[in-house]
Design a protein around this ligand. Structure first.
Ligand code: GLY
Length: 348
């Protein structure tokens, strides 16, 4: 895996961590350009800023095309390096540009949101959303390194902290019950932006994510566990036209998928309640309005884990542990009726 640098104030010293390159293309969105994009570009020699309009709706083939055409027009060659500065959308999109530009150029990920620091920037998954679903066109492309200045979280809006906390809750749910409880107990400190708590959050989540990706970069086995809450989460996000934010959708997805496991007798009683407490503490939604669960079930069918046309779910054994099937698999096939009942449990 790539090296990960976590250092306060590192954005001003980024030159020490990027590979040698003829030119640097700093890709950022319209929210982050003025905050950090220009600062990062300014601290690198021979760097230009490439900005796109912020928002999940722009994590698209169209934006990928605009960015790659701009790089071609400016004459960037294989000796360039892309530097992604921003949140999850920027990490995924710039990563896909780097994976495909001239058949692949190096990228340094500089995540500036909690969600990007503990999830999107790590592990080399890149891609764009398409009409059929989220992240369905993409590539694996490991970054040269990931550079994290946790100090930037001091000014991150509370809603963005909630979004990141959803992924941290997922890390606790799949790998560390104590961490899940720590998040529940310390979420207020995170919202107060206590440096010690933000640092613990970033470090523990990165350690868990790395543990799942290290020996399975291409998701043939245990990396799939990182999709807990995401089969339903991605479906909710897409059906809302991305009006539901990723962390909100994942929070709901985790509770629903824990409920599915409970209904099947795979997940220990009380697990849903543990996740529910963490979700409430993280100021994430725990209910959703469904007129009809049918479209959500239909939307899960485009999930990337589907095999032989059947949707697969990550199920927990208990808080902190993923359930493996009798055949040792990390994902489970679940009947629509069971999914439908779980969706209804959390609907108003
Ligand atoms: N976000 C899930 C993964 O990186 O595998």
């Amino acid at each position: 895996m790539s090296s990960i640098v976590i250092e306060s104030g590192v954005l001003a010293r980024i030159g020490a961590h990027v590979p040698r390159a003829h030119a640097y293309a700093v890709i950022t969105d319209s929210n982050v350009a003025g905050l950090y994009g220009r600062r990062v570009a300014g601290s690198l020699g021979n760097a230009e800023l490439f900005e796109f309009a912020a928002g999940e709706a722009n994590k698209s083939r169209e934006t990928w095309m605009t960015l790659t055409d701009a790089l071609l027009e400016r004459g960037y060659g294989r000796d360039c390096c892309i530097v992604a500065v921003g949140g999850g959308v920027t990490c995924d999109l710039a990563g896909f540009v780097a994976a495909t530009y001239l058949r692949g150029v190096p990228i340094v990920q500089v995540p500036t949101s909690l969600l990007a620091m503990i999830d999107a920037a790590l592990g080399g998954k890149t891609g764009v959303d398409v009409a059929a679903g989220k992240n369905l066109v993409g590539a694996f492309h490991q970054p040269h390194c990931v550079v994290i200045d946790a100090g930037v979280l001091a000014t991150l809006p509370a809603a963005e902290l909630s979004n990141g906390l959803a992924e941290a809750i997922k890390h606790g749910a799949i790998a560390d019950e104590e961490y899940l409880a720590w998040i529940t107990d310390h979420a207020d400190g995170v919202f107060e932006r206590r440096t010690d708590m933000l640092e613990h959050l970033v470090q523990r989540s990165i350690a868990i994510k790395t543990q799942f990706v290290r020996d399975d970069e291409r998701e043939a086995a245990q990396r799939a566990a990182l999709n807990f809450g995401h089969t339903i989460g991605h479906a909710l996000e897409r059906l809302s036209g991305y009006a539901i934010q990723h962390g909100h959708a994942v929070a709901l997805g985790m509770m629903m998928e824990a409920e599915i496991g409970t209904a099947l007798g795979v997940t220990a009683a009380g697990t849903v309640q543990h996740i529910h407490r963490a979700v409430r503490a993280a100021r994430l939604p725990h209910r959703i309005v469904f007129d009809d669960t049918g479209p959500t079930i239909a939307a899960t069918r485009s999930d990337k884990k589907a095999r032989g046309g059947a949707v697969r779910y990550v199920l927990l054994e208990k808080p902190g542990r993923v359930a493996r099937s009798e055949r040792g698999e990390w994902t489970w096939q679940v009947a629509d009726d069971v999914v439908r009942e779980a969706l209804k449990q959390f609907s108003v």
